[in-house]
Ligand binder design. Sequence first.
Ligand code: URA
Length: 235
Amino acid sequence: MMRIDKLLSELGICTRTEAKKLMKQGRLTVNGEVRKDPSDKINPETDNVCLDGEPVIYSEYVYYMLNKPAGVITATEGSEMTVMDLIADQRRGLYPVGRLDKDTEGLLLITNNGPLGHELLSPKKHVDKEYLAELAKPLQEDTADRFREGITLEDGTLCRPAELIAVNEKTCRLIISEGRFHQVKRMFEAVGNEVVYLKRLRMKNLQLDENLMPGEYRELTEAEIQDLLSGTSQD
Ligand code: URA
């Protein structure tokens, strides 16, 4: 059982003060009956709660895909603009799964499903991440082979095998299965090149929706959520 005002605020629909106001206006019904007391308790799993006639869907977890724009940091707080500032849902517990550099664009999953995020980031799980990279210099012939064999970074770190697919002379897609700090940039540094533009296209089987402009986001579809959960402990 849960207070009605708490349900509305946890779902990011409104604050508790706003809930009090709109309930006073008779805009909220539970199982068809107007309720005016925000402290009334309901069962979010079984009671049919409607606001202005629209059902309030209770879901414990929410999932958003953001097309992260350049210039925004992947963090939940700080003095600089963060990816969380782009999300209207201010529910507690929402956080970005993994980190993209300030100048990197593309797919960022934002969820309050902490255990899932943890599993997707676990170094033991080797979750695929696919990037589009534009380079300062033309790709060399042996770069794909060197990445496939496992490239050694300048600090001596040995990377797991990665798949490089050339798009044109200075553009490629790269699939890595680990997530070291500045990994893609450092892999290209190790072969004497430089990444001038980087965008994440995919994480596991979740593909960036190309209709999302940088800075835009949307909720995942039910199918995308199921795909993402497949093979995890929540499958
Ligand atoms: N690799 C990088 O170098 N930067 C990112 O933002 C992501 C992967």
